[in-house]
Design a protein around this ligand. Structure first.
Ligand code: ASP
Length: 319
C-alpha cells in the first residue's frame, strides 16, 4: 500500500470524539518589535486574526489539524509581512533560502524541506514530503526536483525579492543596522492545532536569519527543534535563534517534560523558554495540549501570536 493511501486511511479512520476540545494557535515570529508603527501592528493583527478564524472554521467543520496548520502557514508564506515564503530574508550572498516542516501527531509522520529557493509555498512541499515519500527531510536541488515532479508551484527568484529585506541585509552587513527593526529579528511563522478527533499537528516555515551563511539550515525544518506534534501530549512550533533551538531540541523538550515529569503545558513551555533566556538564546514558541490548552511563551520584547479554541476566545497580541 502506498504511503499516501495509508495516511489517508489513518486520517479518516479515527472518529470525532464527543468531548474533544479543539483549536488553533499561531505565531509570526519572536523578537524586538519596538519600531513597529501603530499601523503596522494593526495590519499584522488583522492578518493574524483573519487567518486564525479561517483555520478555526476548518476545525469546527470537522477538518483535520494537518489541513488547518498547513492553511495558516501557507497564508503567512504568501504575505510580505512575515519572514517565510514571499517575505523571506536574505543570506549574506543576497540570495533567499527557505526551510519548513510539518508533523502529524497521530502517527508522528513528518515532512520537511530545507535550503529551497524557488518553491512558492515551502510548507506545501513539506507536506508532500510527508505524504508522498519515504523520507522526512529533502534539501536544495533534490527537494526542488521533487517539487517539479509533483507539479508544486515554482516561481522565479524575483517573486521573493523585497527591497526592504535587501536594505536590511546591507545595513546589517555594514554594521550600521538599527537592530530594533522588525525584519532583523522576527517573522518566522508557525501553527499548531488539535482537531475534533484529538489529532495534533504542527507546522513552521522561515526564510531563516538575515545574513546567514548560504547553506545554513536552522531549527525550523528540524523535527523536534522547530516543530513537534505528539497526540495525547502536545504540539509545538518554535521561533528564535535556531542554533540554540536545535541544540536544546526545544519543541520536543516541551512535550518530553509533560510526558515524563507530568508538568502542565504552561509550566513546561515557560520553563524551557526561561532556560533559553538564561543562556542568552532569544525566541519563543506556541503550543497546544490534548485538551486544547494553549501556551505562547517568549523571552523577547514581543512575539506575533494568537489563538482560538472552542473553550477560549480569539486572542491576538504582539507585545
Ligand atoms: N528559527 C529561525 C531560524 O533560526 C529564525 C526565527 O525564528 O526567527 O532559522
Amino acid at each position: 500500500m502506498s504511503k499516501k493511501l495509508w495516511l489517508l486511511i489513518l486520517i479518516n479512520c479515527n472518529f470525532i470524539l464527543a468531548n474533544q476540545n479543539f483549536g488553533v494557535v499561531v505565531h509570526g515570529g519572536a523578537g524586538v518589535l519596538s519600531n513597529l508603527s501603530k499601523e503596522q501592528q494593526l495590519v499584522i493583527e488583522q492578518k493574524v486574526s483573519e487567518t486564525i478564524l479561517s483555520a478555526y472554521e476548518i476545525l469546527q467543520k470537522g477538518g483535520s489539524s494537518l489541513d488547518a496548520v498547513e492553511f495558516v502557514v501557507s497564508e503567512f508564506e504568501d504575505s510580505l509581512l512575515f519572514n517565510a515564503g514571499r517575505g523571506s530574508v536574505y543570506t549574506s550572498d543576497e540570495t533567499q533560502e527557505m526551510d519548513a516542516s510539518i508533523m502529524y501527531g497521530f502517527d508522528r509522520s513528518a515532512g520537511a524541506v530545507a535550503s529551497i529557493k524557488k518553491i512558492k509555498n515551502p510548507i506545501k512541499l513539506a507536506r508532500k514530503v510527508l505524504e508522498e515519500t519515504e523520507h522526512v527531510i529533502l534539501v536544495g536541488d533534490g527537494a526542488e526536483s521533487f517539487a517539479e515532479s509533483i507539479g508544486e508551484t515554482i516561481v522565479e527568484p524575483s517573486y521573493f525579492h523585497s527591497e526592504k529585506n535587501l536594505k536590511r541585509l546591507r545595513k546589517l552587513k555594514s554594521k550600521i543596522a538599527d537592530s530594533q527593526t522588525i525584519q532583523d529579528k522576527i517573522g518566522t511563522v508557525g501553527a499548531v492545532a488539535i482537531d475534533k478527533k484529538g489529532n495534533i499537528s504542527a507546522a513552521t516555515s522561515t526564510g531563516g536569519m538575515t545574513n546567514k551563511m548560504p547553506g545554513r539550515v536552522g531549527d525550523t525544518p528540524i523535527i523536534g527543534s522547530g516543530t513537534w506534534a505528539q497526540n495525547q501530549v502536545c504540539g509545538v512550533s518554535s521561533t528564535g535563534h535556531g542554533e540554540f533551538f536545535i541544540k536544546f531540541q526545544v519543541a520536543k523538550e516541551v512535550c518530553t517534560r509533560m510526558e515524563y515529569l507530568n508538568q502542565s503545558l504552561q509550566d513546561s513551555s515557560h520553563a524551557v523558554i526561561k532556560e533559553l533566556k538564561d543562556i542568552g538564546a532569544s525566541g519563543g514558541l506556541i503550543a497546544i495540549d490534548k485538551d486544547a490548552n494553549v501556551s505562547m511563551p517568549f523571552n523577547t520584547e514581543g512575539m506575533i501570536r494568537g489563538s482560538l479554541t472552542n473553550v477560549s476566545d480569539l486572542n491576538v497580541s504582539i507585545y
